[in-house]
Design a protein around this ligand. Structure first.
Ligand code: GSH
Length: 205
């Protein structure tokens, strides 16, 4: 078995969290290397593409969180084998990456500028993506995004929707998902109570 070291920020969210959960679900040991923003800034010039997460496999660094989620998801049995279901799964992973890029544009802003940018985000891209994820979930049958079972697409969505519903983004109403996409809100609760996810957070407690 190779050695795995995942370097990402020290919080239970973002691009790194679905990979951590998938590693745990796979029963694969990995070094959960959590860094502060200051540590990231100090090391980023030595990181491939100057970004996190970075997964080192036997010391060889790999980037791109969705590629990592698929890789670990395959080992965990959380990635569809059927090509169409794999496509559906990938679509959700990719759309979340697109949404994250829109959200990141509002980071670093303050005061009225932040308020304006977040209002635009809420009325624009955030609503578009939330409604879009609701449709993708319904296409999958309403409970899971692909394959009628838990996949890394569900983990990705769970982490993002949990963050939106828990108020981590200032000026984004915590009931936005519930209002626009009730099936997506229920999905977050469903994934939160999945045995893999419960076991992961118990292991962190
Ligand atoms: N496509 C990359 C994007 C990685 C990325 O943008 N990471 C953020 C952190 S979540 C980052 O390193 N940001 C550095 C910065 O914007 O200064 C992936 O999915 O891993």
């Amino acid at each position: 078995m190779p050695t795995y070291k995942l370097t990402y920020f020290d919080f239970d969210g973002g691009r790194g969290e679905p990979i951590r959960i998938a590693f745990h679900a796979a029963g694969i040991e990995f070094e959960d290397h959590r860094i502060s923003f200051e540590e990231f800034m100090a090391q980023r010039d030595s990181m491939p593409f100057r970004c996190a997460p970075v997964l080192e496999i036997d010391g060889v660094p790999v980037t791109q969180s969705n590629a990592m989620a698929r890789y670990v998801g395959k080992m965990a049995g959380l990635y569809p084998e059927d090509p169409i279901q794999a496509l559906y799964c990938d679509e959700v992973l990719g759309a979340h990456e697109d949404l994250l890029h829109q959200i990141v544009h509002t980071f670093g802003l303050e005061g009225d500028e932040l308020k304006r940018a977040r209002a635009q985000l809420v009325d624009g891209w955030l609503s578009t993506f939330i409604r879009g994820f609701e449709e993708l979930l319904k296409r999958g049958g309403g409970e899971y995004f692909a394959d009628g079972r838990l996949t890394v697409a569900d983990l990705k969505a769970f982490v993002q929707v949990r963050s939106l519903r828990s108020g981590t983004l200032d000026h984004v109403p915590t009931d936005l998902v519930d209002r626009l996409a009730p099936t997506l809100a229920e999905h977050e609760a469903r994934i939160a109570s999945d045995p893999h996810v419960v076991a992961y957070y118990e292991s962190r407690a």
